[in-house]
Design a protein around this ligand. Sequence first.
Ligand SMILES: [Zn+2]
Length: 214
Amino acid sequence: MSTTLTESPYRPDDALFRQVVPAGDPFMKRISKGQTLRILDLEGNQAVDTLFYSADDPEERYSANDTIRNQGNIYLTTGSKLLSNAGNVMLEITADTCGRHDTLGGACSAESNTMRYDLDKRHMHSCRDSFIMALAEWDHGMSKRDLASNINFFMNVPVTPDGGLTFEDGISAPGRYVEMRAEMDVLVLISNCPQLNNPCNAYNPTPVEVLVWD
Ligand SMILES: [Zn+2]
């Protein structure tokens, strides 16, 4: 898979839905089959932790394992098909002006803040907490049991030749975006990462914008 950057033909003025998601906030929305979802990195180097569920049956959800095995690559970019745990294509990435998105780094949590940084970071707001809060607000019986390995859009987690994971400075920039077409009705669950301790966010979490076209 190449990392050629692909621009979208869609214009923000024509979007049927636009919402800015402030740094540290969660976001959840149903996206219908055939609609296109864009996540726009407004200020650059933001990590956007994202999960997808089948809207009809949330037991069917984005599977990092199936997605990676199917495409034979650990990074996501244009042409990547996001597969479910049932092997179905949920969405396909159709445009990408960043070039690489992480499938392995997972979401930050109170526990990982403590492990990676310091005991006094435990109370700090995390993506895992944001996911759980959004699922509770969604109020369809989903809970922390529904959390699986997430995508980190715009996050740069290169794997070394001997298999090591490294969290590096972001490769995104203001105005870069990733766009995907839904191949089934899906729920998108986003935590716009509040992490203050990680170079992926340049230690400064910033807002993103979500746009949807028919
Ligand atoms: Zn996070």
